[in-house]
Design a binder for this molecule. Structure first.
Ligand code: AMP
Ligand code: MG
Length: 426
């Protein structure tokens, strides 16, 4: 077991250990946000035939070459093709076909003239200028041919990807399985939100925060309730989580007399990879892996023993559990985005551990400003709910001056939503 890693060392240790889960087949309509576990090859040519990109008239372009506004070329409208229709009989030179967007171009025609550019007159249409070949025609196979690799394994299934899969006639798709995360709370003082808090009891809010953070990355939290600070109860509780891909506990990982998490997981066969990270909040967190799960021969779940303080639990989840769950879900991007911002008021700390400072972000004259949410005690959870970012206050530094450039990890993706249009007068 390693001790007191830096944040980067701890993240690397975790990401080296975890790998994407196996594939499963799901309905395309339910696959949003998941990661493709297959290369998708096209089974169709799209468009399936040359089709019109406009409402207008399909013609032989050669027949229009002498056309001008003064001396138009008149053509007889010999047939009509609508979207979904077919044009089996060839178009004679000198004739036109009434055609609508998406309809197949009749054999022989090689150009479509927009209806706005002609004079229609009963069964006749007057062409006012020469039409180039290929005008307003979407060529067969322009988008894809049979056998083209249209989506690569590892792609994230966005709304347009769902549409593309549907257009290929797919109803099922292979995706990386979602991690199942057992959420465990421990502490004699803890009650559920509807319990009485008399006598200094506190609500086990971490389970709610951590479950929601799991859902945010598409993982499936399974709540196993509260265990007392008693090794036997904690052991039974921990066993119930062994069938998950990952166990996330909060509290009981420090050095207090009632901190039993480490002892219990080691007794159950967990190899602890590290304990303690040089960060604040969140120093005492522990990471390990059970050598066996409930299935014979299979490795057991990873375990993240997070600190109990609500801010520490959320910040360590952000730094360590979230990237691990993203990797297990198949994402190749594991981290939250970071931005460069300017610091509104100076910050001070003891040199040593890296601090994550909860900050609000504001855009002013094209610059992003970061301001502390206030009291940074790890007991003040309200500040976490107000924070849009975690400012990275490097371990070695003791002061960040007002106006200095700082790195902020953006934890509220809503920050990137636009308050303004972003383009004017265009
Ligand atoms: P511990 O790590 O057990 O020393 O807990 C540190 C602090 O976190 C204590 O004030 C606990 O009451 C609090 N705490 C522990 N578990 C939870 C939880 N599930 N939800 C909210 N606070 C908790
Ligand atoms: Mg405790």
């Amino acid at each position: 077991m390693e001790r007191n890693l830096t944040v980067a060392q701890a993240q690397d240790a975790i990401l080296n250990e975890v790998s994407p889960l196996a594939a499963q087949t799901v309905a395309v309509a339910d696959a949003q946000g998941r990661i493709l576990a297959e290369d998708v090859l096209s089974t169709r040519m799209l468009p399936p035939a040359d089709c019109s990109a406009m409402d207008g008239y399909a013609i032989h372009s050669a027949a229009s070459q002498s056309a001008s506004a003064d001396v138009p070329v008149s053509m007889r409208v010999a047939l009509e093709v609508a979207a979904g229709g077919s044009a089996d009989c060839p178009l004679q030179p000198g004739d036109a076909a009434r055609i609508f967007t998406g309809a197949p171009v009749p054999p022989g025609a090689d150009s479509v003239v927009m209806q706005e550019h002609v004079e229609a007159d009963g069964e006749w249409v007057r062409i006012l200028k020469p039409a180039p070949r290929g005008n307003n025609i979407r060529n067969a196979g322009e988008e894809m041919h049979v056998g083209d690799r249209v989506l690569a394994r590892g792609a994230c299934i966005s709304a347009p990807v769902i549409g593309l899969l549907a257009s290929l006639g797919r109803t099922l798709v292979s995706v990386v399985r979602r991690p199942r995360v057992a959420i465990l709370s421990s502490g004699d003082e803890l009650v559920e939100p509807d319990g009485s808090v008399e006598g200094g009891r506190i609500v086990a809010s971490n389970s709610y925060t951590l479950s929601a953070l799991c859902r945010e990355v598409g993982a499936e939290p399974i709540y196993f309730g509260i265990s007392k600070d008693c090794p036997e109860e904690l052991e039974a509780h921990m066993r119930s989580g062994l069938s998950a891909d990952c166990i996330v506990t909060s509290a009981g990982v420090s050095v207090g007399d009632h901190d039993h998490v480490k002892g219990v997981i080691e007794k159950l066969g967990c190899e602890i990879r590290f304990w303690g990270v040089q960060m604040k909040p969140g120093h005492p967190m522990v990471f390990g892996r059970f050598d066996r799960g409930p299935a014979p021969g299979a490795a057991g779940p990873f375990v993240f023993g997070l600190p109990g303080n609500p801010v520490s639990a959320a910040v360590t989840f952000e730094q360590f559990v979230r990237p691990a769950l993203r990797k297990m879900s198949g994402f190749v991007t594991h981290f939250r985005p970071t931005i460069q911002a300017r610091l509104r008021t100076a910050l001070r700390k003891q040199p040593g551990r890296l601090n994550f400072i909860r900050v609000c972000l504001e855009i002013e004259d094209g610059e992003i400003w970061a301001s502390s949410t206030g009291n940074q005690s790890s007991g003040v959870f309200r500040s976490m709910s107000e924070a849009q970012g975690l400012l990275v206050f490097p371990g070695a530094d003791s002061e960040l001056a007002e106006g200095s450039d700082v790195t902020v990890q953006v934890i509220d993706e809503g920050f990137f939503a636009g308050h303004e249009r972003g383009f004017e007068g265009v």
